[in-house]
Design a protein around this ligand. Sequence first.
Ligand code: F6R
Length: 633
Amino acid sequence: MNYDWHVVFNLYLVVSLTFYFHFFVMCWIFWYTGSWDTVSVLLHGLQRLEYRWYDSAWLYVTWKDWSHLERAVGKVSELTSRFDQERDVSSYTCWIAHTRWATHGGVTESNTHPHTSNDWKRIIVHNGIIENYSKLKKELIAKWYTFSSETDTEVIANLLQEHATWSFVETVKEVQSRIRWAYAVLILHVDSPNEMVALRLWSPLLFAYNDTNEYFFSSDAQALAWYAKKLIYLEDGDLLHFHTTDAWKDYTIFHNGEVTKRDSETFDHEAMEASKWDFKHFMLKEIYEQPNVLSRVCKWRVSFEDFTLHADAFHGMHQEDYKKIVTVACGTSNYVWRLWTYWIQQLAKIEAQNEIASEYENKPFFVDPRKLHIFVSQSGETADTLSVLKMLQEQWGKSFGVVNVVWSSIARLTDSWFFARAGTEIGVASTKAFTSQSLCMLLLALFLWKRRGMRLSLYQKIMRELEHLPAYIETVLDQSDQIRWIAMQLMQYKDFFFLGRGYQVPIAYESSLKFKEITYLHSEAYPAGELKHWPLALIDENVPTIFILPHDEMYEANISSMQEIKARKWKICVIWDRSVEWSDRQISIPETCDELYPFLTVVAGQLLAYHLADLLENDIDKPRNLAKSVTVK
Ligand code: F6R
């Protein structure tokens, strides 16, 4: 195979299929040609599409006359880790990556794409189903064609060989007239490496490009985020012929055989982020985005190969050796800070004070050159938080922000700030902003700890686990059905308690907040150690307790508290990492280090609140009386 052409031709395809009723097919394609770091584009694209169902994944790489195929039946991460080792990006000339949701033929390596014609000249990736494939296959077998997979896709490849003419495009046109829907297909010919043909009928396919000569195909705009500027939505019956020379890249669109023109649209990243995709609610979509979001938070800030924190990403944190840090925020953002006070005091041994913005301004506060105020806000516009920041500035106090909106007031007014990178959060109940801001804060704590001389073994352990955090969160997300089932059992109750110890106290508060915010049911959160001081007076058989119980340092103490509840035969639901014989219901989470458990337990709490609210048929994305950005005091 010779792909020795000027333009690096990278092909990346992601396919997943889901069928609703008879012919509703959801499919994916992402194709890229350009000069960027292909591996990064690939990995990023794959990660952004992972929320889709799939059961196998592969990458196909050609390197001049050498070719290599990696397949993995399972997670994309298993596949990408194989390619991540010692890659020399510049040497790859063609990439195809693919995730497959099995339709025709089981989850086997032989059924994964790409499929080739018998003469190995045509390489095909396909989304959808060829309705008349079995008739076509019989005709081809009668002509001595053989098939190495059970897929309908292989039929297209062999039809192309059967109807081959002098022109690649004309051959594809001929085959297009013979296959019946639904499909989005990309076709390469090894003897004609400077061109590529895409077909669309009933399976979505977008063509996109930008000013820097990068071109893409995707059946999901999500994969194009941050890359493409212009979009063309291909229509049913379209054939797009993409061709390159050393000097230029160009494309021609045919519709029903005739050259046609399609207007391009400017890619609206905000609007794209604002789409629910196939999730019932924005909140659920945003809960599921968290593995991606957390990877993004670490990008360019952490190197997992050598556990480095890139110092230039932490500007504003270098200069001073702060003796005290005050955190100021409201609502869910306030629980980020409560969590941080545990990290920063345990690890960096810096005194931390947590303040609710609306109250902090009601008492005199003291400014000191070695005291830093950190302001956390998803919107960056919350009036209470902003008001404290302005007061601090009048006194020349030092400020730092952790904000999710780049052009927001808090980002502009603080001395320096950290971008939370959660992406647009639409659901009023904050989920991904909580985890992304928390991770930003953990990175800041690690950075300050390192500067003050960290305990190397613990630091390395946290970093090692941090690398796996997105995968751990996926494991929690995988339990969504089980959590919904637990929510069904909880529907009959009106009052709840959330309990935890240590790092899990802020999570108990945050889970209880989320619960109240969208279920409208009463819940209380307390440190488990407080139980005997008064909450026991309220707990009875009508008040289920959600005990947040990871296998951390607080475990033994928590078990004693649980027994106090259980001895009274009250209901307990636990969120934890091992099975426990005392609980009535369990949401299990993977084992990790104490410092990272909050990220897992909070996601379980979000799902529990979400499912209960959904079962109660509440307006989840717009809870009553609440707004996303509170810009008034
Ligand atoms: C609850 C929630 C609110 C916000 C609070 C602060 O789910 O989202 O409690 O956390 O209004 O908003 P930001 O973070 O924009 O300052």
